[in-house]
Design a protein around this ligand. Structure first.
Ligand SMILES: C[S@@+](CC[C@H](N)C(=O)[O-])C[C@H]1O[C@@H](n2cnc3c(N)ncnc32)[C@H](O)[C@@H]1O
Length: 238
């Protein structure tokens, strides 16, 4: 099952509708009102809701996600398309957000280039995604078992390299605990697929389980905790 079939789950998802990352960004921009905002790979639009902006445009590759954002969160300006080839003119947005989606993009360098292109000079780019340590390929492996569209969660160093054209204003790491049943079931897997994701956690080394704070009760995975990086960038030149 893909994003189109699971769009409603992303509206109700506790991982997406709340979190320390949303609180951090809301607090950071609490005294700011922007003219024109773009939320890239918006899903149901939970990230776009955090900002004060006169005009909010959301974009996603899944049209059902955009429909859910309209029906459930009241967004009206919806644009279907790929994050790596944004259908907008140059230098039009004052602020752009992209939360928990970079790991899906096949061409991350093009994505950063596109954000820079459509952002106004001195505009903000707020990026949030799962980050991995150098040696934890195991989390990427598990993500790929759960979600066939998972390409790669990056290290902080890789993200800093992708974003060379921006000025990094702030960086913050937060830990996010995931309810396993909700997380592993979000894309409507078959029982066999669900079990494969669970087994991948059970098969981790004790050291890896400790790092991911994997909670197992009576042989069943209850939760795990990963890291999200919050990057606030500024566009420095045209
Ligand atoms: C985890 S959800 C995003 C959550 C959302 N940003 C939020 O904060 O609630 C990932 C989204 O990325 C979208 N997506 C995946 N690949 C994409 C691409 N290449 N371009 C645009 N959107 C993409 C999916 O359709 C999905 O809606």
């Amino acid at each position: 099952m893909g994003f189109n079939d699971a769009s409603i789950n992303y509206f109700y998802s506790s991982d997406h509708r709340k979190g320390g990352d949303l609180k951090f960004v809301r607090e950071y921009f609490k005294n700011r009102e922007f003219e024109k905002l773009l939320d890239v790979a918006s899903a149901a639009g939970h990230f776009a809701k955090v900002f004060n902006a006169k005009e909010k445009i959301i974009t996603d590759i899944s049209l059902n996600m955009l429909k859910t954002a309209k029906d459930k969160n009241g967004f009206e300006k919806l644009v279907g398309g790929s994050a790596c080839r944004l259908p907008f003119k140059d230098s039009v947005f004052d602020i752009i957000g992209c939360r928990i989606a970079l790991h899906h993009f096949k061409k991350p360098k093009e994505f950063f280039f596109e954000i820079n292109r459509v952002l106004k000079c001195s505009g903000y780019f707020v990026l949030i995604d799962s980050i991995v340590d150098i040696d934890d390929g195991y989390l990427n492996n598990i993500e790929r078992i759960r979600d066939k569209t998972h390409i790669k969660s990056y290290t902080i160093k890789e993200i800093v390299e992708f974003s060379y054209m921006f000025r990094l204003l702030t960086f913050q790491t937060i830990f996010k605990k995931h309810d396993f049943v909700e997380w592993a079931g979000r894309l409507n897997p078959t029982q066999k697929e669900f079990k494969a994701t669970e087994q991948a956690f059970i098969n981790l080394t004790e050291e890896a389980k400790k790092q991911l704070k994997v909670e197992i009760k009576k042989g069943r995975v209850v939760s795990y905790t990963d890291k999200k990086g919050i990057f606030i960038f500024e566009k420095v030149k045209e």
